[in-house]
Ligand binder design. Structure first.
Ligand code: CAA
Ligand code: NAP
Length: 249
């Protein structure tokens, strides 16, 4: 059990990858709090019961991570209710795919706010506590498309590349304080996010994946669990690709 008696917070915890991460960390002995968007709060009970049926007791707190106020309120509520977080997985994210020709300011802003600024809004309120206690594991979920770019994803690729920049800078600040900060960059994974893609576009992409299949959320959770492990003491500032060979560099 890599995360015994640790408190783990997973943003976007009720999503496809988030759910697998929550379950995995709970199975690894962590007390897990999933966060969800306020618009999803009504489905929290059903989700909690589903996880319970798989033997995991996971709590949910709602909050919008795409604004400074939302992130701070969310993290302060979690600290008050459950205590200080030891593990933070920044997993909330959206797509608003469009070619540059058609991309609107709203599509740009929504993706930058939700996928990049959120990492700052959520991490900042708990950072000092991790540093003062001399332990922390922060894992930022980026994307293969932050590493290599993708047609129709200028907003998403910029945000996800920025996320790893955030990881690297913060890794320096946490290195001497017992706080590691790492990125996991998944390839295409079977969740609602990829189900929303046009079938022809998705099929073409999957055809180009050396493993010839999309990833499963549990395969991403495996990488997160490694980085969250209390014994993963010497890995920081890394970007761990989990992409079936889609981008080998
Ligand atoms: N490279 C070069 N040219 C391309 C191209 C590519 N990869 N894809 C399309 N084009 C060309 C098309 O052939 C077409 O050319 P013509 O005008 O000469 O016919 C032109 O660009 C317009 O293409 P579309 O018809 O596809 O444009 P659209 O406006 O209908 O759709 C789009 C745009 C929605 C962005 C679509 O291209 C798309 O879905 N792209 C893939 C985006 C993607 O991978 N999203 C991943 C979502 S999941 C996720 O993000 C998770 C993760 O981290 C991996
Ligand atoms: P998903 O099932 O759509 O999950 C995304 C989660 O983020 C949802 O629960 C969503 O809640 C939440 N969220 C979105 N905006 C939010 C906000 N403003 N505040 C709080 N929560 C918010 O997608 P997924 O595939 O699991 O993606 C999880 C992460 O992995 C994302 O960061 C994504 O970019 C990344 N990723 C995914 C893939 C892939 O192929 N699936 C590949 C690489 C990286 P709502 O449903 O309420 O909006």
């Amino acid at each position: 059990m890599c995360c015994k008696e640790k408190l783990a917070v997973v943003t976007g915890g009720m999503g496809g990858i988030g759910t697998a991460v929550c379950l995995r960390l709970a199975n690894e002995g962590a007390k897990v709090v999933a966060t969800c968007h306020p618009s999803e709060a009504d489905s929290a009970d059903a989700w909690i019961n589903e996880q319970k049926s798989q033997g995991a007791e996971i709590s949910v707190v709602a909050g919008d991570v795409s604004t400074a106020e939302g992130g701070a309120t969310l993290m302060n509520e979690i600290t008050e209710k459950f205590g200080p977080a030891d593990i933070l997985v920044n997993c909330a994210g959206i797509t608003r795919d469009s070619t540059m020709k058609k991309m609107t300011d709203d599509q740009w802003d929504a993706v930058i706010d939700t996928n990049l600024s959120s990492a700052f809004y959520v991490t900042q309120p708990i950072w000092n506590s991790m540093v003062e206690r001399g332990f922390g594991r922060i894992i930022n979920i980026s994307s293969v498309n932050g590493q290599r770019g993708q047609f129709g994803q200028a907003n998403y690729s910029a945000a996800k590349a920025g996320m790893h920049g955030f990881t690297m800078a913060l890794a320096y600040e946490g290195a001497a304080k017992g706080v590691t900060v790492n990125t996991v960059s998944p390839g295409y994974v079977e969740t609602a996010m990829t189900a929303a893609m046009r079938d022809d576009v998705r099929d073409a992409i999957v055809g180009g994946i050396p493993m010839r299949r999309m990833g499963q959320p549990e395969e991403i959770a495996q990488a997160v669990a490694f980085l969250a492990d209390s014994e993963s003491t010497y890995v920081t500032g890394a970007n761990l690709p989990v992409n079936g060979g889609l981008f080998i560099h």
